[in-house]
Design a protein around this ligand. Sequence first.
Ligand code: MN
Length: 766
Amino acid sequence: MNEEEKRLIERFYQELLDACSRCQSTEDKNLVRRALEFAWNAHRGARRKSGELFIEHPIEVAKIAAREIGLGTTSVCSALLHDVVEDSDYKIEDIKRLFGDKVAYIVSGLTKIKDTMEPGGVKRPETEFYSAQAENFRRMLMTISEDIRVVFIKIADRLHNMRTLDSMPANSQLRSAGETLELYAPLAHRLGLYRIKSELETLAFKYREPSRFQDIEQRINLTNEERERIIKEVSQPIYNVLVDHNFDFELSFRPKTVYSIFRKMEEKGVTFDEVYDNLAFRIVFAPSNIENAVAECWQIYAHIAKVYEPVPDRFRDWLSQPKANGYMALHCTVMAGGRYVEIQIRTREMDEVAERGFAAHWQYKGLDGKATSKFDAFVAMVKEHLNDPSATALDFLENFKTEFFSPEILVFTPKGELKSLPTGSTVLDFAFSVHTDIAFRAIGGKVNHKLVPLSYELHSGDRVEVLTSEKQKPQAEWLNYVITSKSKTYLKNALKRERREKILQGEKAFEKALANFKLTLNNRVLSKVIAYYGVNDKDELFYKVTDKYIDLSSLKDALKQRFSQRFIKYWRIHLPGGSTDRKIARVSESTTTTRVERFGKKDVLRLSETTDLDVYSFAACCNPIPGDEVIAYKNPESGHITIHKTNCATAIKLNSSMSDYVAKVEWASHKIKSFLARIKLDGYDSQGVAHQITGIISKDLNVNMRMVHIESHDGIFNGQIDLYVHSVTDLNNLILKLTQIQHVRKVYREEFFNSGKDTPTADSAA
Ligand code: MN
C-alpha cells in the first residue's frame, strides 16, 4: 500500500467513525478498520461508471446505515463488505472466518439479493421472462424475520445508488426509478424510514420526469425570500406560547419536497401555489417525565389551539393508536392568516422512531410496548405471506403491495377490539381476519348497526359485526369482494376443495345413471356425453351434474348421439392423456410462442409521424401526446408496443416488474396526426365566458374540438373539453390563451382519463 492509499484509507476511516456514534469502543473501531481494509483490497482498482473509486460506494452505504438509519458496528461492517462476494474472489466462508457469523449472514443475504443497479447487474437465465425483480424482492423480505438489518442495509444501498444515478444509461435510470418508486420507497415507509422514503421518491421522480421535476424545483427556489418572512411570522406566536409555559422544545419548519408537492398537485388537482402556500411545522419536546409524554402532547396542542383556530376534521391522533410502523405523534391543522398550517407534535423518543422507524425499535426493544408489538405483528404478517406456497413471485409482489404498502384502516370488533386492515378491505375481509369458519358461513354484516352486504367497503372507526348462517358455503363470486391475500388464499383453497367434492359426487351420480343402461364409465361413453352437453372435460361434466346444470334425465339422448368429427377433435385437445392429443396441443402452442426481443439498456425509441401504427399504439389509460414524457412497453408475447406516460400507474408498474421490455422514447416532431387530450377549467360564471372559450378554441388552427361540456351553478362554472392536438406545445399554448380570459380561474390538462380506445385518434386537424 503506498502513501497516498494509506492517507485515503485514513480519511475514509475517520469519516466512518464520525458517522457512527455507536462504533466508539476500541473493539468496534478495530472491527470497522478491518472491514474497511478488507473491502479496500477486494475492490482494489475498481471504479464505478462515474469514475470514482468503487470502494466509495460501500463506504457511503455504511455511512447511511450508521448516520441516517442509526445502525451499529455489525451493520457498518456488513455494509462495507456487501459487494465483496459479488465482485471479488472472496467467499462467504472467508467473511465468516474473519468477521463472524452475524456479519457473514447479513452479507450473504445482501449478496443473494441481486440489485439491477449493481455493476454486475442481474444475470438472469434467458428462459425467464420477467419475474426476476419480483423474485429478488421476495428474497429480500425473507430475511426480515431472520435479521431485518439486511433490509435496512439494502435500502441504504439503494439510496446511495439513486443518489449517484446520473452516470447510468437512460433505460437503467428508468428501471431504477420505477423499482424505487414501486418497491423501495414504500418499503422504507413501511419500516418507518420517512426521511429516506421521501428522498427516494424525490430522486425517482427526478429521473422519471425530469422536466416537471425541474419546473417545480425552480418555482420553489423563486419564492424563498418572501417565504422566510411568512414562516417567521406564523411560527413566532406558537414559539412564544410554548416558551411561556416552560416547555423544553424545538420548533422546526418542514420544507416540502418536490415530490410531495407534485403528488398533492396531481391528487387534488390544485396549482403549485395552492399546495405551496400551506406551511408545516414540527414540535419536538422533552416531556417533564416519561409518564407525562402523551398528556403533554395534548397540552401543547391546547396551547396552540389558543393561538390559531384549529381546522375541524383535520386532526390525527397517532398517540392512542400508533401507526403499523410504530409511528406516534399528534397531527393537527390550524388556520393562520388564511393559510393552512399543519403541525406535528411529538416527544424526542417518538421523533427518533419517526425518523428511523423500526430501526429505532429494533435497537431499543421495549421503548414503547404498543409500537414494539406492531413491529412483531409486521414480522408475523411477512412470514405468513412468505409461507403461501401457491403464490408466484409476481403474485406475492402484488399481494405484498396491497397489504403492506397501502395505508391501513382501523376497525372495531363487536367487543371493541381494534383490528387493522388494508384500505379497501370489505366486511368479508374482516370476517377472514377474525376466523375462516366465520368467513365461510358469512351472509352479510352489520356496520355501525346498519345491515350491509359482504362486499361493503370498511372505513376507519367502523364497528363491524359479521352475520353467519349454518347453511352458507364459500361462494366463487366472493373472490370479487376480498382484497387481502389471506382472504384470497383461504377462499381459493376452500373453493378448490368444494369443487373436488362436487366432482366426486357428480361422478357417482353419473355412474349410477349409466348403470340404468347397463353401461360403465369408459372413454367412449364419456366422449359422447361430453360432446352432447358441450362441456370441456369430465370434471366439468361431473361438477355440473352435481350443481344440476346438467340433468341426467336426458342421458338417453346423449348416449344415442352419433360421433361427429368436430367434437372428437374438441375433446382430444381438452382431455389429457393419449399421444395424438398431445401432438395437437403442441402444434397450437408453438405457433403462439415466438420469442420477442427485449430492449437493450441504452435503447431509445424515436417516434415519428411515419412510425408504423400496427406496431405501436398509445395507451388509453393515460393518452400520451407528443411532447409528453413517455416510455415504450413491448409485449413479451406479441411484440406489440404501447406508449405510456412515465407517470402513469401502469408505466410505473411495468418499470418495476418488466423493465427489460421498457424503453425510453423520444418524440420526433408531429405536425399531421393529432391526439386526444382533455383540459378542465373553472371560473366565475359571468355571461359569455363559454362563448369566449369556444371562440378561442375554434380559431386555433392547431386544435380540433371533440367535445365541450360546461356546467354552471351558484355563479361558478366547471368545464371539460376534449380536443385533438398535435403536441404538448399546442396544448400549452391553448391553455395559456384560455387562462387569459377574464373570469376564468384555472385551466389545466387532465393527465389521466379513459378515452375508451387503445389506438391513437389519428384524424388530421385541418
Ligand atoms: Mn451496493
